[in-house]
Ligand binder design. Structure first.
Ligand code: TXA
Ligand code: MG
Length: 316
């Protein structure tokens, strides 16, 4: 089927209350009409996700932001203008449209404009049908590894999706780890989850970040609250020398010891992030019990790779 027809079909499916998994530049999302309580309820049941964990609403552009958020601080609008479409989620005060079933009962809403041509087309088609936004968590089972390919979504959720749900294939997610989440509900921003956009990146660009000590917030509900996250079945060791028959994920300049199964050898941090979840999934396919991950340097996205690996290893 032509891409345009497929997207139109997907938008119709969303409007009818079905689920559509779609690619974004970070990871694949499991989408539902963000105003349809029943459809959103299915996201939670399909993922086996606790109901109080809020969902990100995806919109096609910053122009749609006032539907979902109000009293938006100037610094938040500046962030949106700088990074959208892109790997940034803003947490803002919600409007009436953002019901408890999206926000987990909190007074705040998470919003993002994804930067992937299929996601963009889907959002635009959905809006043409009167849609207001697409609620979408990562399209994996709760606490497990996020999907960076359509095939990952099928492996995780294929058996629990209905015949009318759809999975759109948009290739490999370019970034490979989830969006940076910034809480923008007070006079100063707070980074809740690092991503492609890192704290040092923000410090350099915005005075409002460099003026304060940005400790990751743990007082409101977000990924960081659950220690176990992004986890494969295999146990992860960080920076430990792997033994025979164990897996290894490390930059390509790290040699593979004899008998060790090399899961990934990215040439730099960008490739490391892009391949991380795929290589954790590969370890499970190979039934490995142990994986060693050598953390890359902490520059650029390295900070966020560290965050995900420590959580996957249940160490953070
Ligand atoms: O890159 C991404 O952000 C992907 C793609 C699909 O957009 N989505 C994603 O969603 O990673 P999810 O649900 O797997 O992780 C989003 C995190 C959750 O931990 C959730 O608790 C937090 O964002 N979050 C969402 N809305 C929130 C809110 N209103 N307040 C605080 N945290 C929120
Ligand atoms: Mg997730």
């Amino acid at each position: 089927m032509r891409t345009q027809n497929l997207i139109e079909q997907a938008a119709v499916a969303l409007k009818a209350g079905h689920l559509v998994a779609f690619p974004t530049e970070t990871v694949y999302g499991l989408g539902a009409d963000a105003t349809n309580e029943k459809a959103v309820g299915r996201i939670y049941s399909v993922k086996s996700r606790p109901k109080d964990l809020p969902l990100i609403v995806h919109i096609s552009s910053v122009n749609q932001i006032n539907k979902w958020a109000k009293e938006i601080p100037d610094y938040a609008l500046n962030l949106a203008k700088e990074f959208w479409p892109g790997p940034l989620t803003l947490i803002l005060k919600r409007t009436q449209l953002a019901k408890d079933f999206i926000t987990g009962g909190q007074a705040y809403i998470g919003i993002r404009v994804p930067n992937h041509y299929l996601a963009q087309k889907l959002l635009i088609e959905f809006e043409k049908l009167g849609g207001q936004g697409i609620a979408a968590p990562s399209a994996n089972k709760f606490q497990q590894v996020s999907p960076t390919r359509a095939q990952h979504v099928m492996e995780d959720l294929g058996s629990v999706l209905s015949d009318q749900d759809l999975v759109l294939d948009g290739g490999i997610s370019e970034i490979g780890i989830e969006s940076t989440i910034i809480k923008c509900t007070d006079s100063e921003p707070e980074i809740l989850r690092p991503g492609f956009i890192t704290e040092s990146h923000l410090n350099k660009m915005f005075d409002i970040f460099s003026n304060k000590n940005n400790k990751l917030n743990r007082s409101i509900k977000h990924s960081g609250m659950h220690n176990k996250h992004y986890s494969p079945k295999a146990q992860i060791f960080v920076n430990a020398l792997p033994e025979e028959s164990q897996g290894l994920i490390a930059l390509s300049n790290v040699p593979t010891p004899q008998g060790v199964i090399r899961l990934s050898k990215p040439k730099d941090n960008t490739e490391f992030a892009q391949d991380l979840y795929n290589s954790l999934r590969l370890a499970d396919k190979l039934n490995l019990k142990f994986i060693s991950v050598f953390l890359p340097t902490l520059d650029g996205i390295g900070e966020s790779i560290r965050d995900r690996v420590m959580k996957a290893a249940n160490l953070d």
